[in-house]
Write a protein that binds this ligand. Sequence first.
Ligand SMILES: [Zn+2]
Length: 469
Amino acid sequence: MKRKYIYVFLLVFGLLVVSYVHYQFNNNCKIVDILIINGTVITMDSNRTILESGTIVINDGAIVAVGASESLKSKFKAKETINVNGKIVMPGLINTHTHAAMVIFRGFADDLPTLEWLENYIWPAEAKYINAEVVRLGTLLAIAEMIRSGTTTFNDMYFFEDEVAKAAKEAGIRAVIGETLLDFPTPNKKTPQLGLKYTEMLIRKWRDDPLITVAVAPHAPYTCSPEVLIAAKNLSDKYNVPFHIHLSETKNEVNGIKKKYGLTPVEYLDNLGILGDNVIAAHCVHLTEKDIQLIVRRKVGVAHNPESNMKLASGVAPIPDLLSAGANIGLGTDGAASNNDLNMFEEMDTAAKLHKLFCHDPTVIDARTVVEMATIGGARILGLDEQIGSIEIGKRADVIIINTNNPHLIPLYDPYSQIAYTIDGADVETVIIEGKIVMRNHEILTISKEKIIQDVRVLSARIKEDSKK
Ligand SMILES: [Zn+2]
């Protein structure tokens, strides 16, 4: 009997000691999910603070503290601590205009006049091959490419967007998805009215999801009737979601709309009551002074896609003028069939250089400006700047770590310069989205890159074989 009492006493005493130690530890040190320590942290906050030896504290998907490593290290204990030893840590990049699944048609038809490219190659190929399964597969390949090159949010406009949302969820990437509305039948829906119904279903289905935002996405002023454009705007207003459209991309489009309505495409959309702060207008290449004023006054977000505009010879968007007028601008890659990759580091580099050349002025669109466009600027035009685009307390934790221990990244005088001109997508080492590590040391953890590549190879072999017939 006595021995039994001793055992009970020892057990109770042991439990008391354990809980006391645990209590003391928790009191002094908060347990969090991830600590990133000793980083060169490019915060992109409103002061554009750069921390030389910074720590980011992540818990429950959010950034809960940012600051000097020395002061924060002792206050938190993490389930995972990543010591980045001076590497660059920055907000994940935001691709504000793409058609992800079009990676299936990467290199399928290049170097052609735009209309011939669309009418003789892209549209027939889409009609023949695009279905839910191909969109799923193509989107997964695009996501793998985007995560590997540091993109943590993409704004997509394509078909079967429910598949895009599901693929994004599976991979753990943030996405804005919009089903393309066209006056003619799409691979998914026979009429724009059915497309609008499908969009409303998507809005209801995904509205509480932390990663997915649904947009209403009429293709362009020249491919949608005014009735469809207005119905789309009403739907986006009803649910307070983004409205995503191609606008003033080519001279042909501008001439066609002018001929039909006596207005520029921007004036035309304004006349229909469409322009507003939820509008994401992709391209905006051919603008008048009045168009620029309208874009600024209506707070329309511009998605600038320099590489696609160059490859299709659409023209050069007046980005320096839009910026000095006060427009909100993000960067995008457009689809891979007109780029031909989804690498936002290349897009920053191209944007900065294109405008310098075009303006004969090396001071326009400096390095920091393109980094802003690819991060907080992009977040703003997608209406997500309260949640993402910078590394600040209270924002969702979308963070990338870039390995700067490579010859082409030495020395490091100015991080903005390195990000805009030197860092390549392949230098991105680790990607965190919504507080979850989706890529660690270049290895994607959420989806099987090998399986996706294998499946796309099988599909593309079939497309190649068919095109010989
Ligand atoms: Zn596009």
